[in-house]
Design a protein around this ligand. Structure first.
Ligand code: SAM
Length: 205
């Protein structure tokens, strides 16, 4: 059993809960956002896709509880916000092959060389995300840090992802794409963003 540490009322969840049943929206597609921060992406996603279920995992309690309140106020039943470390929670929340998409937007850069190993997208997380995605499922990764982007593309392809833009390449921004809170700033200033759209291959390699 796992617990989401909601400030007001902790809820208990079974290992690999049946999300569709738990949330009761009838949604079929299940997606995960890792590190939702102030929640600009999650809220816009929920408004645009009431037929999908997005689980947003954010380790900072205040960010997560503010986002949860806003989602509740707006009546977004398909958005579940959990507080915690996604690296520990994700394997308990989702069975292998269950996610249609995973979103990782602007993970903390950990600039210093000696801190780089704290980065979210390390070998363990790359393999975990690949395993949790269903065949054909998508990893949507964005960063403003070129060195992080170059490291991530190599690492993720090595883990077994198929790069939809071509090996070693970054994706163009789809004008219809929902920006995250941080990305809105960059769209306004023109600061570059590196984006990866990577699929879990349909056929086992
Ligand atoms: C730079 S912010 C970006 C927030 C948001 N994705 C955006 O683009 O506006 C990175 C966020 O990831 C969260 N985070 C970092 N590591 C995490 C982890 N292991 N699990 C969950 N959240 C994490 C941080 O607390 C922070 O809110």
């Amino acid at each position: 059993m796992i617990f989401s540490d909601r400030d007001e009322a902790p809820i208990a969840l079974d290992l690999h809960p049946d999300w569709v049943e738990t949330v009761g929206t009838g949604a079929r597609d299940l997606e995960l956002e890792v590190g939702s921060g102030h929640g600009g992406y999650a809220l816009a996603f929920a408004a645009r896709h009431p037929d999908r279920l997005l689980v947003a995992v954010e380790q900072r309690k205040k960010f997560a509880s503010d986002l949860r309140e806003r989602a509740e106020r707006r009546g977004h039943r398909g958005l579940v916000v959990l507080t915690g470390d996604a690296r520990l929670l994700a394997p308990r929340l989702f069975p292998a092959g269950s996610l249609a998409a995973v979103h990782v937007h602007f993970p903390d850069p950990w600039w210093k060389r000696r801190h780089e190993r704290r980065r979210l997208v390390d070998d363990g997380m790359s393999t975990l995300i690949l395993r949790l995605l269903r065949p054909g499922g998508l990893l949507d990764f964005r960063t403003d840090v070129e060195r992080y982007a170059r490291d991530a593309v190599e690492r993720l392809e090595q883990a077994g992802f198929e790069n939809l833009a071509g090996a070693g390449k970054f994706a163009e921004r789809d004008p219809d794409e929902i920006p995250s809170t941080r990305e809105k700033r960059y769209l306004a200033t023109g600061q570059p963003v590196w984006r990866l759209r990577l699929g879990r291959p349909r056929e086992a390699r």
